[in-house]
Design a protein around this ligand. Structure first.
Ligand SMILES: [Zn+2]
Length: 119
């Protein structure tokens, strides 16, 4: 049985979330710039299109992460942060420090991955 988070631990995780969000937003901004149509066309079109598809995928992934970070910050505000969305246990601080936007404990996540692997 793990302990609920202390205010100091919450502060630390909040700082991590905000930093991560900022990084993602910068990445997305960068990707958006890459997605702009080429201004001049002097060959290498195919290569550029492939690069743009990859960037689009990355942008989508980043957007999903930002949504999760926002959800985590909102949960912090209403006091439900750090609880597993599946079983309701307190997610250990050590795990949150690695992935502060996580919404599930290792046990639940592991169970899912096991299920997904079998499917
Ligand atoms: Zn759980």
């Amino acid at each position: 049985m793990s302990q609920p988070l202390t205010p100091a631990q919450l502060d630390e995780l909040k700082a991590l979330l905000l930093k991560r969000k900022e990084e993602l937003q910068q990445e997305m901004q960068q990707n958006r710039e890459n997605l702009k149509p080429p201004t001049s066309d002097e060959g290498g079109v195919v290569q550029r299109n492939v690069a743009r598809e990859v960037d689009q995928t990355l942008t989508d992934l980043d957007a999903t992460d930002i949504v999760r970070i926002d959800r985590a910050l909102k949960a912090m505000a209403d006091g439900s942060y750090g609880q597993c969305g599946e079983c309701g246990c307190d997610i250990p601080f050590e795990r949150l420090k690695i992935e502060p936007q996580t919404e599930h404990c290792v046990t639940c996540k592991g169970r899912w991955e096991e299920r997904a692997g079998r499917a």
